[in-house]
Design a protein. Structure first.
Length: 43
C-alpha cells in the first residue's frame, strides 16, 4: 500500500540520512521511478 511505503521511506530517511533512490527501491522492492514519484508526493 502506498501510504505504508511513504511512511517507511520517511522512517528510513530519518534513521539513515541521505541515500540513493536505488537503495530505497531495493529496500521497498519497487522501481527507482516509483521511489521518485513517492518523494515527489512527500515534497
Amino acid at each position: 500500500m502506498k501510504i505504508d511505503r511513504l511512511m517507511g521511506i520517511i522512517v528510513y530517511l530519518l534513521n539513515n540520512g541521505r541515500t540513493s533512490a536505488q537503495k530505497l527501491a531495493d529496500e521497498f522492492e519497487v522501481s527507482p521511478r516509483t521511489i521518485m514519484r513517492d518523494l515527489e508526493s512527500l515534497d
